[in-house]
Design a protein around this ligand. Sequence first.
Ligand SMILES: *Cc1c(COP(=O)(O)O)cnc(C)c1O
Length: 462
Amino acid sequence: MKYISTRGRAPALSFEDAMLSGLARDGGLYVPDSIPQMSAADIRALHGLPYEEVAFRVMRPFVGDGFTDEVFADLIAKAYAGFGHGARAPLVQLAPGHFLLELFHGPTLAFKDFAMQLIGQLFEEALTRRGERVTIVGATSGDTGSAAIEAFRGLDAVDVFILYPHGRVSEVQRRQMTTPVESNVHAIAMDGHFDDCQARLKDMFNDFEFRDGVRLAGVNSINWARVLAQVVYFFSSAVSLGAPDRKVSFTVPTGNFGDIFAGYIAKKMGLPIDRLVVATNQNDILHRCLSTGGYLTDTVTPSISPSMDIQVSSNFERALFDAYGRDGAAVAQLMDELKAGGFNVSQGALQALREHFDSGRVSEEETLATIRDAKDTMGELLCPHSAVGVRVAEAQRDKSVPMITLATAHPAKFPDAVEKASGIRPPLPDRMADLYDRPERVTRAANDLAELQTLIKERIPS
Ligand SMILES: *Cc1c(COP(=O)(O)O)cnc(C)c1O
């Protein structure tokens, strides 16, 4: 299987090369040139299997021969061994016909661990085999950075640098990034907002001399391998509710459109999914776009669900690529218009998007009210992101089709908002209860490309 760029002007790559490069050199995102199918019998055969086995069967056809079956199975086993729940992604019931998929039992308490733990293993294996070393630089509003550091700490073939906006991440998020002791981990607290961190990261990728000099690799959610790892739990949860013999729908708290895009891939592989519902907070570019066709950027308004405070959803480009009949030139044109503020999706493409996706938007007050109500009537303490999902799902679900809402983070990762809403301050799970006692190590940096590049070059082994 080959991977092609959504902008049509970069060479097709193998799974491994697409994973190691992250972003295509024409600025596009890698997608598989065709989607492997799972038959009803293949899906039925997933019933009762451990998560790791489902993961192997769902992902194997995408991965190619860089990894043998045995090695790939072993890497999956290692990736999920550190999770705090034997089911990995347990499904709990909230109400008749409404279920919550708990994706927060990984080492940093957010769903990002599902993909990041696996790609940590895949990177290390591929790079060791090739005798290569890479420098991973990531920008984060909190969860991606902590998950990346946790996944790559102590690995021999990578240095990992994470840029986060100084003073704008939660204390738990910051400590997860600043307390690992391994010397290949570098947390950088940068002046500015998340968008500034992301912009400097993109500058580094567009500086080909720097990019090639340090062997820059990206693990932000545009990395195809991350999307792929997230496809698995759409299968495992749907199967436990009766797929392929019963349809299910999903509601996904959405920022960069990575998680919900994984659901779309599951559907294209043959999983009978009825609706995929995009749930946004007040930063609602996706909800506006699916409602009106206008993809128009606005300023980011900070919210109590900060991991969704995004006004340019990078992975949406992959959905647009399909909606425009896989026309890379058309997508490149839209992305040029985006630089000038936005674009209008064509009628045909909008119709194609609406065949798969619904959307809803939730205000701050509604999010707090949902956390309070879910505790009282559903017996579940939700993080603010998951609450956005539950609210939209309750408003939009068709009672004849089971709805699965993705719980994207543990409530203890956002204790202030949860306490404000519910009066309960959720404690950290025992396995990380000493987080507040560990010493922190962090480098402060200005919002300045040259300074960041110098810092990175100084820190990596030459
Ligand atoms: C990253 C994140 C999201 C948004 O996921 P996307 O794949 O970017 O749409 C939602 N909730 C939490 C807790 C997250 O960390």
